[in-house]
Ligand binder design. Structure first.
Ligand SMILES: Cc1cc2nc3c(=O)[nH]c(=O)nc-3n(C[C@H](O)[C@H](O)[C@H](O)COP(=O)(O)O)c2cc1C
Length: 337
């Protein structure tokens, strides 16, 4: 058996996250401003059994506003799904986690990777990498508050001078985390440069709980390279899914069957953009149309005239206008076939 087949056979069994069994080793990442109910529904169509994540939810906001934020609105048929929370106060996070379980979350994920200043200056997201004592208290408090598995998503360190992925991951596991997702960049890198999968390999080798690799997984090929290099228990797709909700399903299909699905062409992608626009309008009204602009632009790439179409889609302010532009582009593409 060659290396690839060995790796595929290693990943045929389900992903076990504590008491929760997931029949796929490919996960859709939490993406703030992207992975709402509409986006998740599209991803789910191609990846029926994969784990989805909500956008990150502020535990402090939940505590102070005393109402459930829209991002926690999940449907029973969306499972398996994890609700991701952020903050640095163990009691707020425990309280939010209980509400998340009431909403139907299969697992609770704690965000310890967000690099955004607004979050880190308040002690949340990736700043927890510099404060492991608080991170430990958070995991312990949330584990005590809920009976579903608690997981952590983090980065390899704060900066090149402070890479602490292995030690930090071990501390999270010892505190009770049942799975760790590692984005192979430092906080200082933000979203630039390459994900350093070699650090994911080191963390995987040091942990007994499942380790999920994240960062720069944009295709079946990059997924396979990452899995071979890291020996991770699964992978999480992020920016590769922007304008491409097919990705998680494509990789999952390859891991299960060894066969590549035919890649959707521009027509199929624009048809998906049209559907995405209509669904966002139905779910969020005018606000949904504004949000749909960036999504439609992400779908419109890799064909002649794509740049001009993107420019127009970024200014759409009604469903009719968006559908008109997309229908025209689809017709032109079909004529040129
Ligand atoms: C627009 C955007 C929003 C994101 N929102 C979240 C989030 O809410 N929670 C989180 O843990 N990570 C978030 N991330 C980080 C991604 O989940 C992922 O870790 C990162 O993009 C690295 O993977 P990639 O190189 O494949 O994109 C976000 C990233 C982007 C680009």
């Amino acid at each position: 058996m060659d290396q690839l087949e060995l790796m595929r056979s290693r990943l045929q069994s389900p992903l076990q996250i504590g008491s929760v069994t997931i029949n796929s080793r490919v996960l859709q990442s939490p993406l703030s401003g992207v992975t709402d109910k509409v986006f998740r529904r599209l991803v789910r169509r191609y990846a029926p059994v994969s784990m989805m994540y909500t956008e990150m939810v502020s535990a402090a906001e939940m505590h102070h506003l005393r109402r459930l934020p829209e991002v926690m609105d999940i449907d029973p048929d969306e499972r398996p799904i994890s609700i991701q929370l952020f903050d640095c106060r163990p009691d707020f996070l425990a309280e939010a986690a209980r509400k998340a379980v009431d909403q139907g979350a299969d697992t609770i994920d704690i965000n310890m990777g967000c690099p955004v200043n607004k979050i880190t200056k308040n002690g949340g997201g990736s700043s927890l990498l510099r404060d492991p004592a608080t991170a430990i208290q958070i995991v312990e408090a949330v584990c005590q508050a809920v009976s579903v598995p608690v997981t952590v998503k983090t980065r390899i360190g704060w900066s090149d001078e402070a890479i602490n992925a292995v030690e930090f991951a071990q501390q999270m596991a010892a505190a009770g985390a049942q799975m760790l997702t590692l984005h192979g960049r430092t906080r200082a890198q933000g979203y630039t440069g390459s994900a350093r999968w070699e650090w994911i390999a080191k963390v995987k080798a040091a942990l007994d709980i499942p380790v999920i690799a994240n960062g720069d997984i944009v295709s079946v090929d990059s997924a396979l390279r990452c899995l071979l290099q890291t020996q991770a228990d699964g992978i999480m797709c992020s920016r590769g899914t922007l304008g491409y909700p097919f990705l998680v399903g494509e990789i999952d299909h390859f891991l299960k069957t060894g066969q590549r699905l035919p890649a959707p062409g521009p027509v199929e992608r624009l048809q998906c953009a049209r559907e995405h626009l209509i669904m966002l309008w139905e779910y969020k009204g005018v606000r949904g149309i504004r949000q749909a602009r960036k999504h439609m632009a992400w779908y419109a790439k890799d064909f002649l005239g794509a740049a001009e179409l993107r420019d127009q889609l970024c200014r759409v302010d009604s469903v009719a206008q968006g559908c008109y532009l997309l229908d025209e582009a689809i017709a032109q593409l079909q004529d040129s076939l």
